[in-house]
Design a protein around this ligand. Structure first.
Ligand SMILES: [Ca+2]
Ligand SMILES: [Ca+2]
Length: 351
């Protein structure tokens, strides 16, 4: 059996000799390398080899693997193409971080189909026949959580088989708006962005708005509450990439620059603070959510910046646990759960 390195040499050598079959230019399908070669010989050594799906770890690169599908068995039938009985080869790979990943067969010498499965459930995560109208090679981009194990299947159109390269990259975008523009169905989550073009950073994106709610760089972030009040808010935030925890402070309404008292006015006492802001779940802020009942207590518009909670420690006023809204003290003196100066912060989860 030829190793991946050996196949790479073969592939590169073939490219050097048969430049047309390895470039981006297209050949008629019937003239493509490997076209029409049946690869379903059951019970061969290659089938045994194929059953032991190659392990790629968490490597990124172009390529991460090279091989040939012609001697493999037809183990998978991708749903994104029709009537394929082409042989296929599979690889296991684990997402090294949370974010977008692109898998391609750029460099393959035949008409490929790429299928991405959840390694545990075998649910399809993505499938592609032709990456564009100008290539028969395939590309799948998905958003994965760190540690997610996937099975990558390199298959062929119809009965096509041949040499292929499997490439895995982590594309970066300028920001969440660019992610949303490129992939309109992209869900809320952590993405790698590169707003300066110089240093990729992790960001938690609110994909309803296409904005960063939290990044590895401290900054002013703007969002819109989701619990029903649809209020524009402003905050400062900072994302800890390794833990997926976003610290939040100086949270206030965008219209009046005050604590989002309008949330209280909207009368939705069941609101969970972090989820209402667009985050996945509460971190430590659950000790200080927006209370458990309606009432007249809370923000005092005549006396400045106040926050609310029903179980806050270290507050200058009404310290302790409560079952109703309690005035916690002016934000400006930094003794509430989220101070204006960031000396006290709330924490929301981004995964
Ligand atoms: Ca197949
Ligand atoms: Ca194709």
């Amino acid at each position: 059996m030829i190793s991946d390195r050996g196949w790479r040499s073969v592939l590169l050598g073939a490219c050097a000799v048969l430049s047309l079959s390895c470039g981006e230019g297209l050949l008629p399908e019937e003239e493509r390398a490997g076209a029409g070669i049946p690869g379903n010989e059951v019970g061969t050594v290659d089938e045994v080899g194929q059953a032991l799906t190659d392990e790629l770890g968490s490597v990124l690169g172009s390529p991460v693997a090279t091989n040939n599908t012609c001697a493999a068995i037809d183990e998978h039938t991708p749903a994104c193409t029709t009537q394929t009985t082409a042989p296929d080869r599979s690889y296991y790979w684990t997402a090294p971080s949370t974010g977008m990943f692109t898998f391609t067969t750029t460099g393959a010498t035949f008409d490929t189909v790429l299928l991405l499965l959840d390694a545990s459930t075998h649910a399809s995560l993505g499938c592609n026949d032709d990456a564009s109208s100008t290539t028969f090679q395939s590309s799948v981009t998905v958003n994965l959580t760190a540690g997610t194990r996937v099975k990558i299947v390199v298959d062929g159109y119809s009965t096509r088989c041949g040499d292929f390269a499997l490439n895995i990259s982590a594309p970066t975008f300028a920001g969440c708006a660019a992610v949303k523009a490129a992939i309109p169905s992209a869900p809320d989550g952590e993405y790698v962005i590169n707003p300066t073009g110089a240093r990729p950073i992790s960001a938690y994106c609110d994909m309803r708005l296409g904005v960063e709610l939290c990044t590895e760089d401290v900054g002013v972030r703007r969002g819109r509450t989701r619990e029903g009040s649809n209020l524009d808010y402003v905050m400062m935030s900072l994302l800890a990439r390794t833990s997926g925890l976003c610290s939040v402070w100086a949270l206030r309404g965008a219209s009046d620059n005050r604590p989002i008292d309008a949330l209280v006015a909207a009368g939705n006492p069941s609101m969970g603070t972090c989820q209402a802001l667009g985050f996945v779940s509460d971190g430590t802020i659950t000790l200080c959510d927006f209370g458990s009942e309606r009432g007249t207590c809370g923000y005092n518009v005549s006396s400045g910046y106040y926050r609310y909670g029903n179980g806050c420690m270290g507050c200058s006023l009404n310290d302790g646990y409560y079952t109703s809204y309690k005035l916690q003290g002016p934000m400006r003196i930094s003794t509430v759960i989220s101070s204006m100066d960031g000396s006290t912060r709330s924490v929301c989860r981004t995964r």
